[in-house]
Design a protein around this ligand. Structure first.
Ligand code: SF4
Ligand code: SF4
Length: 334
């Protein structure tokens, strides 16, 4: 017996897959599954977070619908993954609301903070808000450096604490003592796997999106997001990921929880957009309102980060650490 219906379904599918094993070369999920004969809740959550939804095992499966076995591993693991984010989130009460209305909450948070800064500056000195400020300290005319540092320092610390609590809950759920997270060999192997985007290509052919033709577009946009800190890269990366997401075959995605996926990528896009606008218009009267808007978006990005798509990257890395560890324990070279 499992804790949720989706984990029951994941257990059923993993039992079918463990007999079939056709997909064992596609990603890390299937080799990890083959190391077990029975699956605990923690094992299934571990598989769900090892999966990156490339869709290859759905396209390749001879038991996918309309076959009576009804095997859809990507969708089942996507739902289990989203439920695991909610289960590990800290504080837990926030995760449910975010899963349902992630984008709305993010935008309201951004506009609230932007409105607060705008209102504060307007009440303080309208000339400062709508004036032209130049030079290195121009941004601090609207909001003093110390106030800005305190506001964003608090948001950043909150995000780090919430993420750390989530990782702790995940690591415990998959049955590992917390000290094992410091195993240098596994950390390094997982870092190499993540850095090389290993397993992100559906066994070498690419990800399946709108049809059954594999493509590497997600693999291309992801490093643009991760690797280009600022500028046009952070506009193109999130926009590309959102476009690819909208084209995904509905059979592969967890449609009920799009808020979690879309909110983080949208806020990343808006951070870049408002940041670029700010840089371009910093010597005009638009600088004050734009700075308030940009700070609101960045603040919202930080405080909603622990409840959205961003956590997938963290949990996936942690799942890869465990995978590296159990592969070494089983005597595999990698
Ligand atoms: S997804 Fe289908 S083809 Fe792949 S291992 Fe499972 S049952 Fe076999
Ligand atoms: S969707 Fe891709 S990553 Fe997920 S289990 Fe299937 S082949 Fe592996």
């Amino acid at each position: 017996m499992h804790g949720t219906k989706i984990l029951e379904e994941a257990d059923r599918l993993m039992t079918v897959c463990n007999s079939c094993r056709y997909c064992e070369g596609l990603c890390a999920v299937f080799p990890a599954m083959e190391m077990r004969r029975a699956f605990s809740d923690g094992d299934l959550n571990y598989f769900a977070n090892l999966c990156h939804a490339c869709g290859a095992c759905y396209t390749d499966c001879q038991f996918s619908p309309p076959h009576e076995f009804n095997v859809n591993v990507p969708k089942t693991l996507a739902i289990a993954r989203a439920e695991s984010y909610a289960a590990y989130a800290w504080p837990r009460a926030l995760s449910g609301a975010f899963a349902r209305n992630g984008l709305t909450i993010s935008i309201i948070a951004a506009l609230s903070v932007a409105g607060f800064i705008f209102g504060f500056a307007a009440l303080n000195d309208r000339q400062v808000l709508l004036g032209i400020h130049t030079g290195p300290g121009a941004f601090y005319a609207l909001m003093p450096h110390n106030a800005m540092a305190a506001l964003f320092g608090a948001a950043f610390i909150y995000a780090i604490v919430a993420l750390a609590m989530g990782v702790r809950a995940f690591w415990r759920d998959i049955g590992e003592p917390i000290g094992m997270l410091a195993d240098p060999g596994s950390l390094w192997q997982a870092m190499k796997d993540a850095g090389q985007l290993r397993y992100l290509d559906g066994g070498g052919v690419g990800c399946v999106n709108e049809d059954e033709r594999p493509t590497d577009r997600r693999k291309i946009y992801l490093p643009v997001v991760l690797g280009t800190l600022g500028g046009a890269g952070l506009l193109i990366g999130p926009a590309g990921l959102l476009a690819e997401r909208s084209k995904r075959d509905p059979a592969l995605v967890d449609e009920k929880r799009t808020g979690m996926d879309v909110a983080f990528i949208t806020m990343l896009f808006l951070t870049s957009l408002t940041g670029m606008a700010l840089l371009l218009l910093r010597d005009t009267p638009a600088m004050g309102p734009l700075l308030a808007l940009h700070l609101g978006v960045v603040f919202s990005l930080f405080i909603t980060m622990p409840y959205g798509k961003f956590v997938h990257g963290i949990y996936r890395y942690v799942a890869l650490v465990r995978y590296a560890k159990e592969r070494r324990q089983a005597g595999h070279t990698v």
